[in-house]
Design a protein around this ligand. Structure first.
Ligand code: GDP
Ligand code: MG
Length: 166
């Protein structure tokens, strides 16, 4: 089975890092500076059962100030319409106004998996489960998974969570 997977989230949550680790190639651009990724970049992961075609997106602009921002938002929204499932990436364990703005733009007819990235940075691991529970209560995600894109933690589990949606 083959399917399209969009990776969305505000700048700096680790979308490019996640994509790089999933496809094991340095295609996407990772940087400490926000908004390095200007264009959609596709990466493909193929295993025995599935082919995952990933769409890396520019950071969602939650302030509609400039024309470029609007164009970038439109690009993201268009790329989401074309996919089978959306990976909505946030940082452990914050869900701020910018994240809320991104989530609002995701169309309701697409399944969305909440990817809580950078769990390696968490000082208080005990905060993770209550956070996941409150997010599950408030929104209807297809799944919720904590990962570390940089350390490669829980990425196999993430792939297995995505697989049925292809
Ligand atoms: P993007 O803007 O969403 O594409 O984010 P990037 O992939 O460019 O990552 C932004 C920053 O977060 C970079 O400095 C990454 O090294 C860092 N980062 C990404 N994933 C992780 C992670 O799992 N743990 C930690 N500690 N840092 C991460
Ligand atoms: Mg990026």
């Amino acid at each position: 089975r083959t399917g399209y997977v969009a990776i969305v989230g505000r700048p700096n949550v680790g979308k490019s890092t996640l994509l790089n680790h999933l496809i094991q190639q340095k295609i996407s651009i990772t940087s400490k500076k926000a908004q390095t990724t200007r264009h959609r970049i596709n990466g493909i992961l193929t295993d025995e059962q599935s082919q995952f075609i990933f769409v890396d997106t520019p950071g969602f602009q939650t302030r509609y100030s400039s024309q470029l921002n609007q164009i970038m938002n439109r690009t993201v929204i268009q790329s989401i319409r074309e996919v089978d499932i959306v990976l909505f990436v946030i940082e452990a364990i914050r869900f701020d106004e910018r994240d809320k703005g991104v989530l609002k733009l995701l169309s309701a007819d697409r399944p969305v998996i909440l990817v809580i990235n950078k769990v390696d940075q968490l000082a208080q691991k005990t905060q993770l489960l209550p956070f996941m529970e409150s997010m599950a209560k408030e929104f209807s995600f297809a799944g919720i998974i904590p990962v570390s894109a940089a350390r490669g933690i829980q990425l196999t589990e993430l792939i297995d969570m995505v697989r049925p949606y292809l």
